[in-house]
Write a protein that binds this ligand. Structure first.
Ligand code: KDO
Length: 329
């Protein structure tokens, strides 16, 4: 009997020594200006979080409740945040060359965004962010086609060409690349955080805003606006931004799991956002908005002409725009 106990005790001790003590799970705080119901938020919560749950606790913070919009990258770099749904426009604050991915009428559609993000042309951009900010851009997320959404009804303000936006106070997000796009559309851009837009439209402190149809529905902008001119002036994207310091603490297997989880979440959100873009025009019309297509040639030609010779275009590495165009259809 003694021998049995002794043997089992030794076996137990050996088992405990052999079993690595499970380190505490890492916490991944994620901040976004988006709501909890936005498809990008849903995808990270429902696809990314479960996939990494064995070694990480995903902790989302919506509506810019933890970190204000366009300050998320700084927060990750300083260790106050681990993840964000970042934008090229935010990155362009640090690295002007990122403005090429925020330029009107460059990306053609969601598939083009994925092709560009996965192409070798992207490698120097990703390396710069990793080396200088300590942030990994894991995947590209589809935000959607941005259109001009106005308080005024078409009988008061009908938008066919950029000239029709002269004097229109158009809210754009707060970075230079966004303000430039607002001017390129022909409007007077007003910088404003996403979480302030609904009230600004409701009170008339701005005439309009520009976001994809799913956002117009999710943020209920349709309640305080009257029309959408389908300019499609930017097929907009975000990046799943991830702390390199955290990444470097992970095992190669855990890093592969995080990468696969980010890609799966981005793809899931992309498909749902595309489905919403197809179906929501009817919902918005039923809810009183007038939706129409303006003179797209006039908008495309005018917007593109504004970038030629601009400070942003000067920052674009030689040949990148041609490579992006070649990846399109
Ligand atoms: C916005 O502020 O209009 C914008 O669409 C900019 C995007 O880069 C992104 O920050 C987005 O807001 C938020 O994710 C809310 O949808």
């Amino acid at each position: 009997m003694k021998t049995l106990l002794k043997t089992s005790g030794l076996a137990l001790a050996a088992a405990l020594i052999a079993t690595p003590v499970l380190a505490d799970k890492i916490t991944l705080r994620m901040s976004t200006p988006a709501s909890e119901s936005d498809q990008r938020s849903v995808a990270l919560a429902e696809v990314f979080a479960p996939a990494v749950a064995e070694f990480a606790t995903y902790e989302p913070h919506y509506n810019a409740s933890l970190i204000k919009q366009n300050s998320e990258l700084e927060a990750i770099a300083s260790g106050d945040l681990e993840m964000s749904i970042a934008s090229a426009q935010e990155l362009a604050q640090y690295f002007p060359e990122f403005s090429i991915f925020a330029t009107g009428y460059v990306h053609q559609d969601a598939a083009h965004q994925v092709a560009v993000f996965n192409d070798a042309l992207m490698d120097p951009f990703k390396a710069t962010v990793e080396d200088e900010l300590g942030i990994k851009l894991l995947s590209v997320m589809y935000l959607g086609r941005r259109h001009v959404n106005l308080r005024q009804c078409p009988d008061e303000l009908n938008v066919q060409t950029p000239a029709d936006l002269a004097g229109v106070n158009l809210r754009m997000p707060g970075t230079d690349a966004w303000q430039f796009l607002g001017k390129a559309l022909g409007a007077n851009p007003t910088p404003m955080a996403f979480t302030e837009v609904y009230t600004a439209l409701q009170t008339g402190s701005v005439d309009g805003q520009d976001n994809p149809l799913p956002t117009v529905v999710d943020a209920k902008f349709y309640e305080v606006t009257c029309q959408i001119a389908l300019t499609s002036h930017l097929v907009d994207l975000n990046y799943v931004a991830f702390s390199k310091a955290i990444w470097d603490e992970l095992s190669p297997e855990q890093q592969a799991t995080v990468q696969a989880a980010a890609d799966a979440a981005a793809e899931s959100g992309r498909q749902k956002q595309l489905e919403k873009e197809e179906s929501l025009a009817a919902f918005l019309t039923e809810n009183g908005l007038t939706i129409y297509e303006p003179d797209l040639t006039a908008f495309r030609e005018h917007v593109q002409s504004q970038y030629v010779g601009s400070e942003f275009a000067e920052s674009w590495p030689d040949g990148v725009l041609e490579k992006i165009n070649a990846l399109g259809n």
